[in-house]
Ligand binder design. Sequence first.
Ligand SMILES: [Zn+2]
Length: 298
Amino acid sequence: MIARLSLLPLFLSCACAQAPSSSQAVPTLSGDRAMEYVRHQVSFGPRPPGSPALQKCREWILQELKAFGYAVEDDAFDAVTPYGTIRMHNLIARTGPGDKGVAVMASHYDTKLMEGKNFVGANDGGSSTGLLLELARVLAGRDDGLDYWLVFLDGEEAFIEWSTFDSTYGSRHLARRWKEDGTAGKVRALLLLDMVGDRSLGLLKDRNSTPWLMDLVWNTAAEAGFQAILSSTETHMEDDHIPFIDAGIPSVDIIDMDYPPWHTAQDTLDKISAGSLEKVGNLVLAVLPRLERRLAGK
Ligand SMILES: [Zn+2]
């Protein structure tokens, strides 16, 4: 079931990327396709916030999401950074308006500014964004008990040194906005993907994540046969999930930080695999119905 689609040739904007009608088969998540999305991002080169490369990358993400049938919100804002004010853009694709409750899946799509280095962020920025696009393709047109919002966050990386003020620009902006306008009340859970492509994947148990949601993901992994991608290491992650937790949204960080090429020019495509992307993608897809049942009290 998993391998069959991945043997097909990949055409990023082929007709099969359209939202399915209810009479059509549910599309299968493909790690190879997610990998192609990562490859495409890497082809733009380093993609720090405000750069022409990130703008090109964003335009491509937007075009793919529209091809899947989504109307996409460009959540643009001015971020005050150590390099001055920079225009940033979160992209939000929705399967529905959220009145029945929302499960958000999110990834940052910027790469860390590393002057003088060709840092292309195949895993850090690229892998989770490629997988989020593939999840968007698979979930397009779904009418489940929850609406799904796919959120591509700008400005996760620190420009100089990670701090409360120099990091997570996109998530801090969006979480604040959603809290102020009441949207946060609709969002029942947020699954953050970050660095999910490592060939030897080991997802960390993040103690900053919302405990019941963390347990739901971990229990799902055990039930669905994905124990091999779980690490026994516990950690406290500072990442894009924290501003949403602060806004009252249950959130979990699905991340593998045990990655030697992290924040080096060696974070390249050869360090990540379609197999890892496919496992994490299928884990997320297995979590969604369990999340819906739990929220419904079943
Ligand atoms: Zn990073």
